[in-house]
Design a protein. Structure first.
Length: 270
């Protein structure tokens, strides 16, 4: 399993790296196009009012399998912590689960689940992200939700994928714009900044979800590889201890038998 996880980790890591340039370019364009005037026309940019958030959709992304140490447990713990914080703030939380481990835990805990997906697996696609975020964006635009947050494993390296909380709705404009009040001089906008933002904002939200899926998948493979390596090392140590214990017992038995033979021979001679 360690070898299999290592092989899958390389592919999962490649997907994470491949997703970053598109996400960075998308964030840069939105940051350049954003202006307070345009923000008033798009519901996906609508920030919570003075009353704060009252209805939150929390999306928890876990793995479908275990044997990965505390990977899934840490994600579930982070989601529970956020749910408790939101409850203290007086917000109602709708729980949306991706991954069998999260589904199994909250079913056992008798927690109401708004939606669940266990069919994504180790190779998430942009279509999966769109299917998850589509209904949530519609609910947000209709005013049924004040915010959408995602708990996932942020892939830093093969040995580091800490649980991370990210708010994907409302969209917070990335701090990458260089044009100041509206558009950058690097762009010729056709048909208009408003029309472009109308298409890019849903893509940006879906891309945030897609990155959460691919980074969690890569983090799971890294965690499983580490767990299986530790299990292999521990098994090797136990095997070494048992082998030495067996050899000592065998040597003691042989020594005792030799002593008995010598004692018997001396008794016959004497």
């Amino acid at each position: 399993m360690e070898l299999v996880a290592t092989s899958k980790l390389k592919r999962a890591q490649d997907r994470v790296v491949a997703a970053r340039p598109y996400a960075a370019a998308l964030a840069e364009v939105i940051g350049d196009l954003y202006s307070p005037e345009l923000a008033e026309r798009f519901t996906l940019l609508r920030q919570p009012g003075l009353g704060g958030v009252k209805k939150v959709a929390l999306v928890l992304v876990t793995a479908n399998r275990g044997l990965c140490g505390a990977f899934n447990a840490n994600l579930i713990r982070e989601a529970r912590r956020r749910m408790e914080d939101l409850a203290k703030e007086g917000a109602t939380v709708d729980l949306h689960l991706v991954g069998k481990k999260g589904i199994g835990f909250f079913r056992f805990a008798k927690r109401a689940i708004a939606s669940q997906r266990a069919d994504i697996g180790d190779r998430p696609t942009a279509a999966h992200a769109a299917e998850i975020m589509g209904p949530l964006m519609k609910a947000f635009e209709a005013g049924a939700l004040d915010a959408v947050e995602v708990v996932f494993a942020k892939f830093n390296s093969a040995v580091s994928a800490p649980p991370t909380l990210q708010r994907v709705l409302p969209v917070t404009p990335p701090k990458t714009g260089k044009g100041g009040a509206g558009t950058s001089a690097n762009y010729i906008l056709k048909p208009s900044a408003e029309a472009i933002l109308e298409r890019l904002l849903p893509l940006y939200v879906e891309n945030q979800m897609f990155r959460a899926l691919v980074e969690t998948a890569a983090g799971f493979q890294g965690a499983q590889r580490t767990a299986m390596k530790n299990a292999t090392d521990n098994a090797g140590e136990i095997l070494g201890v048992l082998t030495r214990t067996y050899n000592r017992a065998r040597q003691a038995q042989i020594t005792q038998e030799i002593a008995e033979i010598v004692g018997g021979a001396e008794a016959l001679q004497g």
